[in-house]
Design a protein around this ligand. Structure first.
Ligand code: HEC
Length: 115
């Protein structure tokens, strides 16, 4: 009787383990693209306000890449984040790719940005 119970428990545990392993490997076959640094920074520090701002996309203030960068620099300052030029560049790029879609020019959003 004890042996039978132990066997049944063992089988149940094995089935559960197999199901787990299976689920795990299935999740791995559909890898999500890694978010960029700019996306991570923006989603962490900036998105909370903007999702409640209905008009910021329609009544946009940033009218070119330089404008985006100026705004990003201003807002990271407002939030007291002390981002580096590289961080500001990454987030500006992320916003341009996802929202503004302005043509990307060579010299813009470089590290050589005006303060
Ligand atoms: C406290 C709330 C708040 C936080 C935090 C915040 N923003 Fe904003 N943001 C606003 C509001 C409100 C506006 C629109 C009004 C304005 O610009 O004065 C705006 C406007 C902007 C714009 C210009 C949008 C346009 O009109 O084209 C950009 C770019 C921007 N924010 C980027 C950022 C970035 C990057 C961060 C994170 C470092 C950030 N914001 C954090 C509230 C916030």
């Amino acid at each position: 009787m004890t042996n039978f119970l132990t066997g049944a428990l063992l089988r149940a545990a094995l089935v559960a383990a197999a199901a787990l392993a299976c689920g795990g490997s299935m999740a791995q076959t559909q890898p999500q693209p890694l978010p960029t640094r700019g996306e991570l920074l923006y989603n962490t520090h900036c998105i909370a306000c903007h999702t409640t701002q209905m008009h910021w996309r329609n009544n946009r203030q940033a009218t070119d890449l330089k404008g985006i960068e100026t705004k990003v620099r201003r807002w990271q300052g407002v939030a007291g984040l002390a981002w580096s030029d590289a961080d500001i560049m990454e987030v500006s790029r992320f916003l341009n790719i996802t929202i503004y879609k302005y043509p990307q020019t060579g010299e813009i959003l470089s590290r050589d940005v005006r303060r």
